[in-house]
Design a binder for this molecule. Structure first.
Ligand SMILES: [Zn+2]
Ligand SMILES: [Zn+2]
Length: 274
């Protein structure tokens, strides 16, 4: 068992939000679905949004911040993002009142402590102002979150080493993308170094980690240029070929359904609305 309860409420180009809960605290990564869906998703898990210790935003694209304006009006939870991402959020959500937000600037390649959680922000490569991934450390265990990155930089590689539970982007299959309906400019953007990660790149990344994670969520799947089966079989194929004894538990995330790890199974009713 890992010490992290992770539930991906939604993942994909139409919206992203993930809840992570552990002994040291509870956080939300991205708020790219409506506030109502975030609240309902959390309530189904027995959680209250007002009990979040923080919300961490990866970048300002609408599929990562859509619910933020309403969320910040309703809940005084601290929101963390890089300075560039805050500038971008103001452009994406012009009506958001940044004075009202419990707003914190969290620079990539720095660390903060939130209750018993150590949180690190690190740069990823994406066509946003100052995009980031995050690692959360609790009692020597690490949960890491990386989506929306065109390639795996040395920074990302270094930051992911040691992650026991990982949310990693498997956006597309390059052949499906090239043969699909996307116009050449959009294909170029997705395939570029500031675009999105391909299934096989995510698979290869896993095999180069110092230790394989125990649980991996495949995230931000394109609905046009990927399928859940293809993402899983590609990543699993690469991992099994390189590391025949690997025992990773994979979870394929979804745009419409909550996908959660097995750590929620032992989470009994007495904890409801803790
Ligand atoms: Zn995205
Ligand atoms: Zn993006």
């Amino acid at each position: 068992m890992s010490c992290f309860q992770v539930a991906v409420l939604a993942s994909g180009s139409k919206g992203n939000a993930t809840v992570m809960r552990c002994e040291a605290g509870m956080v939300l990564v991205d708020a790219g679905i409506s506030c109502r869906r975030i609240v309902q998703g959390m309530q189904k898990l027995g959680l209250r949004p007002e009990n979040l210790d923080g919300v961490f935003i990866t970048h300002e694209h609408i599929d990562h911040v859509k619910g933020l304006e309403t969320f910040t009006k309703k809940y005084p939870v601290p929101i963390y993002a890089s300075a560039g991402t805050w500038r971008g959020i103001k452009q994406t959500l012009p009506r958001i009142d940044l004075q009202l937000c419990n707003r914190h600037i969290f620079a990539p390649q720095t660390e903060l402590t939130l209750g018993g959680l150590q949180v690190r922000s690190f740069s990823v490569s994406h066509d946003a102002q100052e995009p980031a991934g995050y690692s959360f450390r609790c009692k020597g265990h690490t949960f890491s979150y990386v989506t929306d990155t065109g390639y795996v930089s040395d920074i990302v590689k270094r930051e992911l080493d040691g992650a026991e539970v990982l949310v990693i982007e498997t956006n597309h299959d390059p052949i499906l993308l090239k043969n699909g309906s996307y116009p050449p400019m959009l294909q170029k953007r997705i395939l570029g170094t500031r675009g999105h990660l391909a299934n096989e790149t995510a698979g290869r990344l896993l095999t180069t980690m110092k230790a394989l994670p125990r649980q991996v969520f495949l995230a931000h799947l394109s609905q046009e240029n990927n399928t859940p089966d293809l993402a899983l079989s590609t990543v699993q194929g690469i991992v099994t070929q390189q590391c025949p004894n690997a025992t990773i538990q994979f979870y394929v995330t979804s745009q419409d359904e909550v996908v959660k790890n097995r750590e929620w199974e032992d989470y009994h009713e007495q904890n409801i609305f803790e």
